[in-house]
Design a protein. Sequence first.
Length: 256
Amino acid sequence: MVKARTVRSMFVLDENTPREIAPLAWMLGQWRGWGVIAGSHAAPATPDSSGESDQNTPATSADSDDVPDQMVIEEITCEAVGTQMRMVTRIYSASSRVQSLDPSASTEEGLAALVEQDLINEETVYVSVMPTTQELPPPGQFQTRELTASGADQKGLATLWAGVSMGPRVRMISDAIARSPRAQPVEEASRMFGLVAGELMWAQDVTMVGAGESITSISGRLMRIDEGDAVTSDSARTPSNAAANHGGVDVQDSDD
């Protein structure tokens, strides 16, 4: 169990990992944890008279107030595919064993308090690191790298992303969005990923069509699980304690 606020999170980097995605190597592997979906985002898109979702009709504030925030279980798997990183995110509904869950609860505490139920959404994103002519930084230092990504979820929300990585931090902003009738009416989106005390923290902010302001639609904290572990619905995992370096560069957790 991670007790310190800031630790070195070390992992074994496969020697076959493409050099092109080395800046994202700290994300590779399987992660499992818990998070929160905002009530306004958990609410389904408004159906029109034909039964299809009206993408141009945002939920009203009254609608949002009627839908409480939803605790969820999250799984993220990142793997090298050619010269890209494929990131598959699965979100499951969950029932709680406790009356209330502290928002600051660790990954293990959150998983112990929740029981996995149905799959809510699944998304696949392919991330590419833009080439650079810069020399690799010395061990313990990082350089900013530009990213591009594209992906879609099972509800038909497809997004092109532009972003940057800086050590164990990634920020992505939507560049273009396409929506099927079943998709949430998202107009703009941004995501942040970071490694904090050995846990993968992430959050997504979205602006819905006609809303005018952004909200944090989903957030999560996950821990790395060993490749041999079976992912079950209601048991926490112990993070790997294996050690290695990131292409000669140690991965240092963020303090934020």
